[in-house]
Design a protein around this ligand. Structure first.
Ligand SMILES: Nc1ncnc2c1ncn2[C@@H]1O[C@H](COP(=O)(O)OP(=O)(O)OP(=O)(O)O)[C@@H](O)[C@H]1O
Ligand SMILES: C[C@H](N)[C@H](N)CCCCCC(=O)O
Ligand SMILES: [Mg+2]
Length: 241
């Protein structure tokens, strides 16, 4: 098995909710797919699910991720925990009389990850320290999985503080930050280049891509804007012997 086809799995977090974790994960899947790699993503906790005609819960994130995956997982594996309220997972769970537990969430993810693939993503819920119960956060799920982390930075005013705090916490939690992605959420955002330059200087992990605002949300047109962390390793210049 070559390095390119060896299994690589990452936990995808963001500087906040709605910063493009699903969008960037879809883009990474689309890229892996064009490289002929087996890939899929799991969205372990989906809060804010809509309802189908039969009253069943729909995880829009999971549907989007499945659309770009090349490995077709059953819905229960892609989106094992679906909650109707569009709020923090611990509140959404309490609304339906449930209590989430990191070890059980991890069990669901491991079940999904037992499917063979070269590239696997696990999308978090909101940002790194989003509570899943009174004691535990979504970061505890990532920690128990021991996965390297990809940080999606939604480029907007305030993202520098959020990105630097998140990167610091990921490393303090003992997980490697495999890379970060600058996701341009808005077409008319001022000082985009300056903010990205600041992050390049202050974050120790590599930038995996700068994703422009894409009005029609068509990720396929953007596959050259991003790299998987392993691709950066391969693009490093060879050392002289
Ligand atoms: N580069 C972009 N260009 C245009 N629209 C974008 C871009 N990135 C994200 N969006 C849009 O912003 C919205 C939020 O993105 P997304 O759903 O990926 O966020 P998220 O971080 O996954 O949120 P959640 O915390 O709910 O999982 C979506 O409507 C998405 O299509
Ligand atoms: C419902 C939403 N789209 C996310 N899935 C959950 C976001 C939780 C954010 C909690 C918080 O940081 O205050
Ligand atoms: Mg999402």
């Amino acid at each position: 098995m070559s390095i390119a086809t060896a299994r690589q799995a990452y936990f995808v977090t963001g500087t906040d909710t709605d910063v493009g974790k699903t969008f960037v994960s879809s883009l990474l899947l689309a890229r892996a797919r064009t490289q002929g790699l087996d890939c899929f993503a799991i969205k372990p906790i989906s809060a804010g699910c809509s309802r189908d005609e039969a009253g069943g819960l729909i995880s829009e994130d999971a549907r989007c991720l499945q659309q770009y995956a090349s490995v077709n997982l059953i819905e229960e594996l892609v989106a094992p925990i679906k909650l109707p309220a569009a709020t923090s997972p611990h509140i959404a769970a309490a609304q339906v009389g449930e209590r989430l537990q990191a070890s059980r969430v991890v069990g669901h993810i491991r079940a999904g990850m037992s499917t063979r693939a070269s590239r696997i993503l696990v999308e978090g819920a909101g940002g790194w320290r989003v509570p899943i119960n009174v004691q535990e956060c979504i970061s505890d799920v990532a920690k128990q999985l021991h996965l390297p982390v990809i940080l999606v930075v939604g480029i907007r005013l305030g993202c520098l503080n959020h990105a630097l705090l998140t990167a610091e916490l990921i490393m303090r939690d003992g997980l490697p930050l495999a890379g970060w992605v600058a996701n341009c959420l808005h077409a008319d955002e001022p000082f985009v280049a300056e903010q990205i330059e600041t992050l390049e200087k202050k974050l120790s992990a590599p930038c995996l891509g700068v994703i422009p605002h894409q009005a029609d949300s068509n990720v396929t047109a953007l596959i050259d804007c991003i790299r998987w962390p392993s691709e950066l390793v391969h693009s490093l210049p060879a050392t002289k012997s």
